[in-house]
Write a protein that binds this ligand. Structure first.
Ligand SMILES: [Zn+2]
Ligand SMILES: [Zn+2]
Length: 252
């Protein structure tokens, strides 16, 4: 089914990787071509932070994107993003704070290769502390896999700090992160009640999965998620979200 025929439009893919991540297999050019072929209006380049083994460079690559890569290329909006690793339960990430203004969209995620999973309480505290840090715009794959989370506390904090929660299509596929569908249903019902922004992403590590958002869209439709809170429904809704985030942290 074409993107235009769905109840919920997801015109941007807000979580994608390139070869910079070390364990992903496509170049930026290949991802741009894939985005165009899928009918997207744009996507966020969100390579992993340097605490992830195998990542190329020290995160400076995202700073230079502003000079090297156009913001819009052949009608595709290219968002300078970053998937920072939460590296302690104080909420610290591996994106140097001086680099933060160069990034338009900072996702912070828990990965067991970068931080040892803890109790539900401590995992939740780590995520909330990252939101409170002022250097994060979204929480990546809060799917409860390996890192159980208190979704009521997470959604209340996300509302308080104006942070988006990610609906990660890759988590929902169940190939990598187990069956997390029931967790997302619980999360999204609470997020809807608490008026929290959400961001859908493919978490693509190879160009063929750029724009693969069907399962995220299905679950958002299932809970009848308010369209105005889905930040990647259009370029305009994303730009409005980062305009609001710009009040919280400097974005150049
Ligand atoms: Zn990855
Ligand atoms: Zn991730």
């Amino acid at each position: 089914m074409g993107l235009e025929n769905r109840l919920i439009d997801l015109m941007l893919d807000l979580h994608t990787h390139t070869v910079v991540s070390g364990h992903a297999y496509s170049t930026l050019k290949e991802n741009i071509e894939a985005a165009r072929a899928k009918g997207l209006k744009g996507f966020a380049v969100t390579d992993h932070g340097p605490a992830m083994p195998g990542v190329l460079g020290d995160a400076y690559h995202v700073v230079n994107m502003k000079l090297a890569v156009p913001k819009v290329m052949e009608d595709i909006r290219i968002i300078r993003g970053f998937e920072a690793n939460i590296i302690d339960y104080e909420g610290k990430t591996d994106l140097p704070t001086e680099f933060s203004p160069s990034v338009e969209f900072i996702i912070a995620s828990l990965h067991e290769i970068c931080i040892v999973p803890s109790s539900r309480e401590e995992n939740t505290a780590g995520v909330i502390n990252a939101m409170a840090s002022g250097y994060v715009d979204a929480i990546g794959h809060p799917d409860g896999f390996k890192f159980p989370l208190d979704y009521l506390a997470i959604t209340e904090a996300a509302y308080e700090y104006g942070i988006a929660l990610e609906v990660n299509n890759n988590s929902l596929k169940g190939e990598v992160r187990g069956d997390t569908r029931h967790n997302y249903l619980e999360l999204l019902r609470l997020a809807k009640k608490n008026r929290v922004y959400v961001a859908a992403g493919s978490d693509s590590h190879f160009y063929v999965s750029i724009g693969e958002l069907d399962m995220a869209r299905d679950i958002l439709e299932e809970v009848d998620y308010p369209k105005e809170l889905i930040i990647n429904s259009s370029v305009e809704s994303f730009d409005e979200f980062i305009r609001l985030r710009g009040n919280e942290r400097k974005i150049l």
